[in-house]
Design a protein around this ligand. Structure first.
Ligand SMILES: [Zn+2]
Ligand SMILES: [Zn+2]
Length: 750
């Protein structure tokens, strides 16, 4: 017990030290000293604060098949533990860039002059986006760079700064030495008779009269200080209540500002979503978000300067006030009737909100969200045109890259699944979701060659093009090259259309439901991709609920749930077959890649007229023409081998220019060729694969009864490979083997 107490006391000591070293309470002079040392950091409004926060966590460049994007690391929640990181924003680099641009504009203009309105389909990541921002604010406000300060007015017991009278209070105690320097800021609570809070968390500099403040800012920031600080800080003032207190003190001390500022206690504050400090989310049911009430007479009022006791003080409250200094989010903003939020736009226009007795000038960044339906309706409103200029519309579509969509499910749905997660289960759900969102390219936007190629793209081809840059295997040579070079153009094609790609389709929320339901399926022991397919079929029957199921299908398979399901099932069984073949160990995966790499090496030497050093003999041999011909026999369906060689070499060369010094990733650069080499090999060794699959099935379902020693050993090796390399367990490996034997290998008599 004693040990526990000792260690607890040690923690108390640490906490006290941390409190003091974090400079949580400061006098006005101490605050000014900090400001002098880091003027930029101490002259921020909410917009600059947020923009600096973006910079604080830094960026990373993400390279996708459809282009390079800047990702702000704050959206990865790097300070969170693994469970917390699941709430991170997946993808959506474009929204990040848009908000950063908006914040930079506010900074340049010196004030927040627009409400950022995120619009997109239900369940796109709008609220996740804002939640990440708010979490980052909490973390940043605890860092040195992100320190935030507010102030209170304190009125001590005993002697006031003017010496003669007994403070401003009614207390008769006459403690000497209560003053620390010129300030009452560090007095113990017990020595303070009254404390008046600034609910709006006014910037401490606002207490200095404008000419004095501007002189100070010029001294610390240079002659162009006006251009460097927010407008409000340059020429604004404190809130109504603080102004009243200041005036009273000013009068009481006959103009001695030092004495008036001695009553200012500066306190560091921290953003908190839970306690609604500097980060507040308002649901659509909100009514009035700023109010004021009269400060009622209490013992503490008696401690105020006499002139203040005769003044009516009001304290503002409400969400606008709670969020002061930070971020206020209006979720589903347009669900409210316009008259309920019109004042927000007026506030943005004028910079202030009128209350009964005063005007508030809240220091805030405002972000709203809305679905497209409500925004469409709002566009029809007669007043839309006049409000348009006060809104910064930022599009928040669904993801159209299934690798990113899969990452959402893996992070957010899978932790709730108690079963083994079979390979391809979440991938199937993600590909389905993206298929429902695909839009057939409007080809007249493109030049002729590309237009033809784009017109022929099926939804699954388009989805794979985005996800990995994989060009359909039916295309080769120049066509493949043309399409590959224009993935970005296809991706951005519909950005400017009202009906952009990612505006409709299955939402991540529905797909999470599909995955969690599939994880309860009685027919499987694992979360099986087959169960996911069944639940997707159920989802597709709920036409009355989902607009995306009622869309007219478009040639090529767009908006066609039946087609999506067929494509997905075929693709799944293809994948299972592919993995089973590799797992039988007849040929190591790497061998195909090595074979292709050797081919490229030989072709390159032959084109340059060079010889190749034979590592075994040490001799320089001519390129291996027989080997090259053999590969071409397998890969070249149309066109000449010479053209094929040129195309391959130019792709490798182009890649090498962009990635100097790196090893060429043949498997990802030429997936179709590697796949084709595997196919050919498999056709030649199909019988062995089928036999191995049968043995595997016997091993799993019948404990290997009847297998000879050799067969058992091979089946065990296959199973081990399926587990280690692809993540199967006994059950889903059995499901896969069973499906393949029924659907793919049934014809083969062995
Ligand atoms: Zn105030
Ligand atoms: Zn399993």
């Amino acid at each position: 017990m004693a040990d526990l107490t000792t260690s607890l006391y040690a923690l108390f000591d640490e906490e006290r030290e941390r409190f003091q070293s974090a400079r949580r309470v400061l006098s006005y002079d101490e605050y000014l000293a900090l400001l002098g040392a880091a003027p930029q950091r101490f002259t921020r409004d909410a917009a600059r604060y947020l923009r600096d926060m973006f910079d604080h966590y830094g960026t990373v460049t993400v390279e996708k098949a459809y282009g390079k994007f800047t990702r702000w690391k704050l959206f990865d929640l790097p300070w969170e533990d693994d469970a917390g990181k699941r709430e991170a924003l997946v993808g959506h680099e474009a929204i990040q860039a848009e908000l950063y641009r908006a914040l930079s504009n506010f900074t340049r203009q010196g004030r927040v002059n627009r409400l950022v309105l995120l619009h997109g389909p239900n369940g796109s990541a709008k609220s996740t986006f804002v939640a990440c921002l708010m979490r980052a604010m909490e973390n940043y406000s605890a860092a040195d760079d992100g320190a935030l300060y507010r102030y209170h007015w304190v009125f001590p017991r005993g002697k006031g700064a003017d010496g003669g009278r007994i403070g401003f209070g009614a207390s008769s105690s006459s403690d000497e030495g209560l003053r620390v320097g010129d300030s009452y800021a560090h007095l113990d609570e017990g020595a303070i008779d009254a404390k008046v809070l600034c609910e709006l968390r006014d910037h401490p500099l606002l207490l200095l009269p404008v000419p004095m403040r501007q002189a100070l800012l010029r001294e610390t920031l240079g002659p162009d200080a006006a251009a460097q600080v927010p407008l409000e800080l340059w020429k604004g003032g404190p809130c109504h209540k603080c102004q009243q207190v200041f005036n009273a003190l000013h009068t009481a001390y006959r103009g001695d500002l030092r004495k008036a500022l001695a009553h200012v206690q500066i306190e560091r504050w921290y953003v908190s979503r839970r306690y609604r400090v500097g980060a507040v989310t308002l649901g659509p049911q909100m009514a009035v978000d700023a109010r004021e009430r009269q400060v009622t007479a209490s013992r503490s009022l008696a401690a105020l300067p006499p002139s203040l006791q005769n003044t009516t003080l009001f304290e503002p409250s409400g969400e606008l006030v709670d969020a002061a200094g930070g971020l206020l989010e209006y979720s589903d903003l347009l669900k409210r009737a316009l008259e309920h939020w019109k004042y927000l736009l007026l506030m943005i226009e004028t910079g202030e909100v009128s209350l009964d007795s005063s005007n508030l000038v809240p220091n805030l960044v405002l972000v709203g969200s809305t679905n497209e339906g409500h925004l469409d309706a709002f566009r029809e409103h007669p007043e839309f045109a006049s409000f348009r200029g006060r809104l910064d519309l930022v599009r928040a579509p669904y993801l159209t890259d299934w690798t990113a969509e899969k990452a959402i499910y893996d992070a957010q749905a899978i932790p709730g699944v108690r079963r083994h997660v079979a390979p391809h289960a979440t991938e199937l759900a993600a590909v389905f979701a993206v298929l429902t969102r695909m839009r057939k390219p409007t080809t007249d936007r493109f030049a002729r060659t590309l237009a033809t190629l784009a017109a022929e793209l099926t939804p699954i081809e388009k989805a794979d093009l985005y996800a990995s840059g994989a060009v359909p295997s039916r295309l080769a040579g120049e066509q493949a090259k043309e399409l590959r070079a224009n993935i970005g153009a296809l991706y951005h094609e519909s950005d400017v259309y009202p009906n952009y790609e990612g505006r409709t389709g299955a939402s991540p929320r529905e797909m999470r439901g599909v995955i969690l339901d599939a994880a309860q399926h009685a027919g499987y022991k694992c979360l099986s991709p087959f169960a996911v397919l069944e639940r997707i079929a159920d989802l597709c029957n709920r036409k009355s609920e989902f607009e995306w199921l009622r869309q007219e299908t478009v040639a090529g398979g767009y908006h066609d749930p039946k087609y999506f399901q067929k494509v997905l099932r075929d693709r799944l069984v293809d994948r299972l077959e592919d993995e089973m073949r590799s797992a039988t160990g007849l040929v190591d995966e790497a061998r195909y890649v090595e074979g292709f790499e050797r081919y490229v090496f030989n072709v390159s030497a032959q084109m340059k007229g060079e010889k190749i050093r034979n590592k075994l003999t040490g001799r320089d041999d001519p390129p291996d023409e027989a080997m090259m011909k053999d590969i071409e026999r397998q890969l070249v369906a149309t066109g000449s081998p010479e053209e094929f060689r040129r195309n391959v070499i130019s792709r490798v060369a182009a890649w090498a220019i962009d990635h100097s010094g790196q090893k060429v990733p043949y498997a990802t650069l030429f997936p179709n060729y590697i796949q084709r080499l595997k196919e050919v090999f498999f056709q030649e060794h199909r019988k062995q694969v089928v036999l191995s699959t049968r043995d595997l099935m016997v091993l799993i379902t019948d404990e290997g009864a009847g297998l000879d020693a050799d067969g058992r050993r091979r089946a065990e090796a296959t199973l081990a490979m399926l587990k280690d390399r692809y993540g199967y367990c006994d059950h889903c490996a059995g499901d896969a083997a069973g499906t393949l034997l029924r659907e793919r290998f049934a014809d083969l008599k062995v």
